[in-house]
Design a protein around this ligand. Structure first.
Ligand code: C2E
Ligand code: MG
Ligand code: MG
Length: 408
């Protein structure tokens, strides 16, 4: 059904805990549920008006080939529609039941040139979605084939032992005053073995699935705090530095203990550290995450919700989690010159809830101006600076006095 040379998306969907449904209600009920799911999937395809082919390829596994390409790391539009459609309860026999599904996605021809390799990539993405507890994951090179992934895991283990990681910092700018509002710490891996600087997109998924994100994430927090202390001693203005904390760290790590002891050891002001969390943190562990956030809030740590709008979650939690900041995902900033509707809505939502709003990925003066007109508080992006090593920050401040709150 596709034209020659056209790119295609492959979605693999399966039901989490289907075995339990079969055991609890019996196979006839399980079968009926599968039929209803197939019908809802069919309706989703019709609703989006995409050309798509739907198949049941295993016990509780469905595959959908679509003619629309995936949107990079963001969720595919069809997957989004499907996830919404799976939310209302099903009635099979006389039982009402809710199902929880995960979707993995891969793209032809980028991820595989034949059915087998494409299916394998979608399957790897599906397992990643399950292992980090999100509903959707797209295949990325970092997940790689099992062999490559194993090599990467081994190289990462060595990197942890050899302390090969480093942090880069990207400035955030107050859009109204034009002054420096803070920095975001971003992990970099100058790998000795692979002989290049590796970006997080390639290795964070593996750190997460291998559990290595816990020790590395702890190091990130301590290192960012140490950097704040160093800059303070050098007489630089103290502005908040944010660190990214992944769902797996929340689940397994000792985030609160590490932050509390780091603050005590360094003596830096508590509001000079900020924690960025993504929506996927709240999907399967809302209670744990909420408790941790309240505890961090009690310490005086600021909390930001990262990549807002790309995850798949309810808006309800926004009101009762102790958030300070909402970060609009860069995909919405990138499309602002054509369409500002989502950015308008997110700014209104954030301000309505009393939150600061940060725009990620500002690359052009036009985007900056559109955001400023709309009252967006803070901006971050290549327009101001790419992420730079911590040691280059003092020089950056001297070279960019227009951004720095007071003369150095
Ligand atoms: P993020 O937290 O949303 O970080 C913003 C990403 O956007 C960074 O990519 C940054 O380099 C990039 N960026 C900034 N301005 C622009 C722009 O104007 N245009 C474009 N195209 N990109 C821009 P980076 O450093 O590759 O990090 C990617 C993601 O990896 C981060 O997204 C974050 O989710 C994760 N990450 C980075 N460091 C850490 C860490 O220490 N721990 C954890 N758990 N995750 C991290
Ligand atoms: Mg971030
Ligand atoms: Mg982000």
């Amino acid at each position: 059904f596709a034209q020659k040379g056209q790119s295609l998306g492959l979605l693999l969907l399966d039901i989490n805990g289907f075995k339990v449904i079969n055991e609890a209600w019996g196979y006839p009920i399980g079968d009926e549920l599968l039929q209803q799911m197939a019908q809802r999937l069919q309706d989703c395809v019709v609703q989006t008006g995409e050309k798509a082919l739907l198949a049941r390829i295993g016990g509780n596994e469905f595959a959908i080939i679509t003619s629309s390409p995936l949107l990079n790391a963001a969720i595919s539009p069809l997957a989004q529609v499907i996830l919404s459609a799976m939310q209302p309860s099903f009635t099979a026999g006389s039982y009402e039941m809710y199902v929880d599904v995960s979707i993995g996605a891969a793209q032809f021809p980028e991820h595989g040139k034949d059915a087998e390799s494409l299916l394998r990539c979608a399957d790897i993405a599906l397992h990643r979605a399950k292992s980090i507890g999100t509903h959707f994951a797209a295949y990325t090179a970092g997940l790689a084939t099992p062999v490559k992934a194993m090599q990467l895991v081994n190289a990462l283990h060595k990197a942890v032992e050899r302390r090969e990681f480093t942090l880069y910092y990207q400035p955030k700018i107050h859009l109204q005053s034009g002054q420096l509002a803070g920095w975001e710490a971003l992990l970099r891996w100058p790998s000795r073995e692979l002989k290049r600087l590796i970006l997080p997109g390639e290795f964070i998924p593996v750190l997460e699935s291998s559990g290595l994100i816990v020790p590395v994430g702890e190091w990130v927090i301590r290192e960012a705090a140490r950097q704040v202390e160093t800059w303070r001693k050098a007489g630089l203005p103290t502005v908040p530095v944010s660190v990214n904390v992944s769902p797996r760290q929340i689940q397994q790590g000792r985030v609160y203990e590490v932050i509390a002891t780091t603050l005590a050891d360094t003596g830096i002001p508590t509001d000079s550290l900020e924690v960025e969390l993504t929506e996927s943190t709240f999907l399967h562990q809302l209670d744990i995450a909420a408790e941790l956030m309240k505890a961090l809030n009690g310490l005086g740590i600021r909390l930001a919700l990262d990549d807002f709008g790309t995850g798949y979650s309810s808006l309800r939690y926004l009101r009762y989690l102790p958030l300070d900041t909402l970060k609009i995902d860069q995909s919405f900033i990138a499309e602002m010159e054509q369409d500002t509707s989502i950015v308008d809505a997110v700014i209104a939502l954030g301000h309505g809830l009393g939150l600061q709003v940060v725009a990620e990925g500002i690359e052009t003066p036009i985007q900056q101006e559109l955001l400023r007109q709309r009252g967006c508080d803070t901006g971050q992006g290549y327009l101001y600076s790419r992420p730079i090593p911590g040691a280059e920050v003092p020089r950056w401040c001297v070279e960019h006095p227009q951004f720095v709150p007071f003369p150095l």
